[in-house]
Write a protein that binds this ligand. Structure first.
Ligand code: HEC
Ligand code: HEC
Ligand code: HEC
Ligand code: HEC
Length: 492
């Protein structure tokens, strides 16, 4: 406790700005259910840091709207909670963590990424997670079962549940892996929960099943604290029915959902108390944007959560849920940042190995098109595709293999872009003709070959939901110079 308060003061720009004798009035409770107090127990506190649907993203997103995320920032956020020592921190993930969906590539082809993500997750202190269908598509069952996974629905060789003990607090974790229907999910979770009476201070279900299944489990299985779940299609506010609440978290590792827990009763549903920021990811974003105020803002947020809790708990289990963006204020050198760098190097090596072909490159690069398609090249120069590399440079990310693939031409493709030396970069930078049309050196040398078919899937290889959330094929197609020029300018 003292360590925690000292930590808050250290994080606040004006030490002692919120003296304890002037507690603010609590906002109205979100949870309208009558306050039922159970068997009173000595108060136990814990912090749960919860992620889901990380989908192989190891670092901050390049997207202009939400440039958050990454394991290095996650490490620094969690370190702040750990430095506070009291209450103990538990790190959980509800699955769909390992695979980054790439059109035209099976998840199993990216096992190097899956291994790296697992290593990063362990390095940031992951205690337990529930694998999901994409994880299963990426890695073999035996491998998954060896890596701290719990799944009551998939059965052997997965452990159904685990109890993590830290700082005298025991958190029981049951895995619920999709796809699963409501009845088998309910039965699997209640069988595990029933068999584990009295072994933990609170029980959570980590679930990547759909919302309807989560709700049924939360309401139907007695003795659960909460269901911590993937968001799926859209992120919902914490849901409270007759039993335990269902709490979702945003995907792609851009945020961490932080739950401050005060356990004042026997294991049972958490009541969700206001004071957190889960209501609005946008408001979390605004706070992150407060320039250079990162540490202060976090410190204040901790304190608010803490005050809300201390008022509310006696004979109840109370949770304050917040969504913390992993924003640039968390940047810095850390052991995990070094692991991320090592992953970059291995990606570059893979790209180089793919590219090495004795016969020379099938890519002509746009210089080879200018003699016959000068008009096209000139109008392409006004497209955003032409400045895609400059956008990376502006973000100091032009050496980051996590970014260059979509902001250049033929990256990691046979005979394509592989090395980040100045000459190669000059040739392949930006989204050139062959990023869409495929390699066309032969065509430029008049061997009679033609463009690859350019379809919606061609665009979506780069315009994926993570980096181009508003992509719409029809409207985007109209905006590229190639389709604007139509047929009229074919060379003689
Ligand atoms: C999967 C492909 C992909 C990856 C990987 C990717 N980007 Fe992008 N990026 C895009 C696409 C597509 C757009 C255009 C989005 C739109 O406008 O719909 C974009 C847009 C951007 C923009 C906005 C340009 C502007 O100002 O309009 C920036 C900056 C950017 N990316 C930086 C990055 C960085 C930094 C990384 C690496 C962390 C990265 N990108 C990784 C595909 C990608
Ligand atoms: C020597 C002149 C010449 C050069 C150099 C050249 N093209 Fe062409 N290109 C043509 C002609 C002529 C046509 C129309 C006849 C045809 O369909 O082949 C054409 C058609 C195309 C088409 C539409 C037909 C198809 O293949 O689907 C695309 C796309 C294309 N070129 C892309 C490129 C790209 C990209 C480059 C640079 C790597 C390039 N061209 C270089 C002469 C050239
Ligand atoms: C190799 C990756 C790649 C492919 C393939 C690709 N794009 Fe893009 N696209 C990008 C990137 C990166 C940007 C952002 C460039 C910037 O602003 O820096 C972008 C930007 C755009 C923009 C401008 C968006 C804006 O916010 O103004 C349009 C429109 C667009 N792309 C359409 C398409 C269409 C249509 C296709 C398929 C026919 C396609 N793109 C294929 C990478 C790609
Ligand atoms: C973002 C993806 C993209 C890029 C980059 C791109 N193109 Fe295209 N290109 C297309 C699409 C899509 C079409 C078909 C447009 C249509 O028919 O509406 C097309 C059509 C063409 C055609 C005419 C084919 C026909 O039958 O009308 C030529 C020639 C061509 N592109 C050449 C080029 C050259 C040269 C470059 C580089 C300067 C280039 N393209 C860059 C997507 C792209």
């Amino acid at each position: 406790m003292h360590a925690f308060l000292a930590f808050i003061l250290a994080c606040t720009s004006e030490p002692g700005s919120a003296p304890t004798h002037a507690l603010p009035t609590l906002p109205p409770r979100l949870d309208d259910r009558p306050v039922t107090r159970g068997d009173e127990r000595p108060l136990r506190e814990a912090v749960i840091a919860f992620t889901a649907e990380v989908r192989g993203e190891v670092e901050p997103c390049g997207c202009p709207t939400t440039p958050y995320g990454g394991f290095a920032r996650r490490e620094r956020l969690l370190a702040r909670y750990r430095e506070a020592q009291d209450p103990p921190l538990f790190v959980l993930d509800a699955g769909e963590m390992l695979a980054k969906p790439v059109p035209g590539k099976a998840p199993s082809e990216s096992s190097d990424r899956a291994e790296a993500v697992m290593q990063l997750a362990r390095a940031t202190g992951l205690d337990a997670w529930a694998p999901g269908p994409l994880d299963h598509a990426a890695m073999p069952t035996e491998w998954l079962a060896r890596h701290a996974t719990v799944s009551a629905t998939w059965g052997a060789p997965f452990a159904a549940a685990t109890v993590v003990e830290r700082g005298g607090v025991r958190v029981g974790v049951i895995g619920l892996s999709a796809p699963v229907d409501a009845v088998p999910a309910h039965d699997a979770v209640s069988a595990v929960r029933g068999a584990m009476t009295g072994e933990a201070d609170t029980w959570v279900v980590l679930s990547n099943a759909v919302a309807a299944v989560n709700r049924q489990v939360a309401e139907g299985v007695p003795g659960l604290g909460a269901v911590l779940a993937t968001a799926g299609e859209n992120l919902e506010e914490p849901w409270t029915g007759k039993g335990a609440p269902v709490i979702e978290t945003p995907g792609r590792g851009r945020y961490v959902t932080v739950i401050h827990l005060s356990l004042g009763s026997t294991p049972g549903p958490w009541a969700i108390e206001d004071g957190g920021t889960w209501k609005s990811v946008a408001s979390a974003r605004e706070r992150a944007d407060v320039a250079e105020a990162g540490a202060t803002v976090l410190g204040e947020a901790f304190e608010r959560d803490r005050l809300a809790l201390s008022e509310a708990t006696r004979g109840r289990n109370v949770a304050v849920v917040s969504t913390r963006p992993l924003a640039p204020d968390l940047d810095g050198d850390t052991p995990v940042a070094k692991l991320v760098d090592a992953f970059h190097s291995s990606q570059l090596a893979t790209a180089r190995a793919e590219v090495a072909r004795p016969t020379g490159s099938p890519y002509g690069t746009s210089a080879a098109c200018s003699s016959c398609h000068g008009d096209r090249l000139a109008s392409w120069g006004f497209d955003d595709h032409a400045k895609a590399w400059a956008s990376l440079e502006a973000r100091k990310s032009a050496r980051n293999p996590e970014c260059v693939g979509c902001h250049s031409t033929g990256f990691g493709k046979p005979g394509g872009f592989s090395a980040l030396d100045a000459r190669t970069v000059e040739a392949y930078k930006a989204v050139q003709c062959e990023a869409c049309h495929g390699p066309m050196r032969g065509h430029a040398q008049q061997d009679g070959s033609q463009s690859a078919l350019v379809t919606e899937a061609t665009c979506r290889a780069c315009h994926d939901p993570a980096n181009s959330p508003s992509f719409n094929y029809t409207t985007y197609l109209r905006r590229i110079s190639c389709s604007r020029m139509a047929v009229q300018d074919l060379p003689d």
